[in-house]
Design a protein around this ligand. Structure first.
Ligand SMILES: Nc1ncnc2c1ncn2[C@@H]1O[C@H](COP(=O)(O)OP(=O)(O)OP(=O)(O)O)[C@@H](O)[C@H]1O
Ligand SMILES: [Mg+2]
Length: 499
């Protein structure tokens, strides 16, 4: 279906994103691409989709050499792509987003009723359950992704490229999503999927291509490989696929939450929760996404207001203080949405590494002026300690690959040596080597006496890291369990309310 031959792409900053990459994707198969953050996975697929142009090399589609200069060329051939970060307009309906740019004829004879009907038929055929007339902002992330899929299918894509489609999905949504991919494969479609999750590669793909440092380093049939082998090919060494830690030695309560409630878009998001986090322990929050964990963390970080209840940090009432005041007390926050809350994408890595603490030492002098050499020094430390690649301080944050952006945020917050860390989805989008690294850093922070409140949609991650686990459902804490003795089935039952 797709044959990439000797593709090379050098970025404006001189980074060789793709170095003589060749890849052979068979028609009617699901082909996975794996590799470290910055390995060049998104770049090679953006070249196949015409989003970037290669410096050299050839592309063959269904056996014929083709020239794909832009996405329109790709779409005309029957290639569709769903990007790592969605590109939908929030205030428009699903149908409006889908037909955007694909309208035939003038605006006057744009037939919205027909488009709605066509899209509903497509959605039903694959059992996507998308309401064509729903506004994007009212849809869950999982549903938004299905809209992206429909957008490609509506343009008659025969080859679908999916860049980390499961990174933002809950485990249940991943199951359903894989069902959809299998149905598409039965219809004869070809699918390329980029993912960091090896169990997903093993569950869904027929073949796997492994990339490292811009090159293809391996190509295997999924039935002939294991997670361990893939991990070794990806990182170039053996990787610990589980978390190693000793028992926690908790001290006094750093964070105390008393009967806290928070309003949400649709009623009460957090409904009278009480718990504490002691220094030297990791308290996990497990729950299906959308059950109040986002709002809970935002209130604790000062980014949203509590409607009632109290939050104490080291015995001091910090309810509804500003994010800056809370941060100054020694509370760090690693947000779930790194584009919205974590980074200034157009600013360079140096500026991003002092975000939130730019007004005080060491970033600023006593007189309130920015101390550039101190900022550069701090940025370099963070980039080095957290293995952000490439470690060039004056590059914009948007030039980093997705996983490296995450490592930068984590490094910045850890560098503050917090007494309390609020962290959501710490390893979303990062490669397996970096996951191992981030897990170790979290444990080390705990062992240094930091109190950690961890929210993760990955049940495996939260049970492996947490010393105590709170289960949240519909804004309420419905149970506290010891992750060492409680099975994931039991936790799952609490999360879903037994359904
Ligand atoms: N627009 C750009 N400007 C400069 N450098 C870029 C640009 N796009 C990508 N790069 C660089 O090219 C390399 C490959 O990036 P790419 O996004 O393809 O990695 P990836 O394998 O998709 O990583 P991830 O798993 O983190 O998404 C990286 O070193 C990245 O910094
Ligand atoms: Mg990528």
């Amino acid at each position: 279906m797709l044959d990439l031959r000797n593709i090379t792409k050098v970025c404006p900053n001189g980074v060789v994103a793709n170095d003589n990459v060749s890849m052979h994707v068979k028609k009617g198969t699901i082909h996975a691409i794996v590799g470290e953050n910055g390995a060049g996975k998104s770049t090679i697929m953006r070249i196949a989709y015409g989003f970037y142009n290669a410096d050299s090399g050839e592309i063959l589609f269904e056996g014929k050499e083709v020239s794909i200069r832009n996405p329109n060329d790709a779409i005309a051939l029957g290639i569709g792509m769903v990007h790592q970060h969605f590109m939908l307009v929030d205030t428009m309906t699903a149908t409006e987003n889908i037909i955007l740019g694909a309208e035939t004829g003038s605006a006057a004879n744009l037939d919205l009723d027909k488009a709605n009907a066509d899209i509903l038929a497509l959605s039903n055929e694959l059992r996507l359950g998308v309401d064509p007339k729903a506004l994007i902002e009212d849809l869950s992330v999982g549903q938004q992704q299905r809209v992206e899929l429909l957008k490609a299918l509506y343009r008659n894509a025969e080859l679908l490229i999916l860049d980390e489609p499961t990174a933002v999905l809950t485990p249940q949504e991943v199951e359903e999503f894989f069902g959809i991919l299998r149905r598409m494969k039965e219809q004869g479609k070809t699918i390329i999927i980029i993912t960091h999750k090896l169990e997903e590669v093993l569950a869904i793909s027929d073949e796997v291509t492994v990339m490292r440092g811009g090159k293809v380093v391996g190509n295997v049939k999924t039935s002939e490989t294991t997670a361990k082998d893939l991990a070794r090919m990806i990182v170039g060494r053996d990787v610990l696929l589980r978390v190693e830690k000793t028992d926690a030695l908790p001290g006094s309560a750093a964070l105390e939450v008393k009967d806290l409630s928070v309003g949400g878009k649709h009623g009460v998001a957090v409904d009278g929760v009480s718990f504490d986090v002691r220094s030297g322990e990791i308290v996990g929050v497990a729950g299906i996404e959308g059950n109040g964990q986002t709002e809970l963390i935002e209130v604790l970080a000062g980014l949203a207001a509590a409607s009632s209840g109290k939050v104490y940090f080291e015995g001091k009432d910090i309810t509804n203080l500003s994010p800056r005041r809370i941060k100054e007390l020694g509370v760090a926050h690693i947000p779930e949405d790194r584009h919205k809350r974590g980074l200034l994408l157009n600013s360079d890595l140096a500026e991003n590494s002092i975000l939130g603490v730019h007004y005080r030492a060491p970033a600023a002098t006593g007189a309130g002026f920015l101390d550039n050499s101190a900022i550069q020094k701090r940025a370099k430390e963070i980039l080095e300690n957290f293995d952000v690649r490439p470690p060039i301080v004056d590059r914009p944050a948007k030039s980093l690959s997705g996983g490296n952006q995450q490592k930068l945020i984590i490094g910045r917050e850890f560098q503050l040596e917090p007494k309390l860390l609020l962290v959501s989805q710490p390893t979303r989008g990062v490669d397996i080597g970096a996951i191992e690294f981030i897990h170790r850093k979290l444990i080390a922070l705990r062992d240094a006496g930091c109190a950690v409140l961890l929210v993760s949609a990955e049940l495996e991650e939260v049970t492996a890291l947490a010393d105590r686990l709170l289960v949240i459902r519909k804004g309420k804490i419905v149970g506290e369990v010891d992750p060492k003795v409680t099975s994931t089935e039991e936790i799952g039952m609490l999360m879903t309310g037994g359904n």
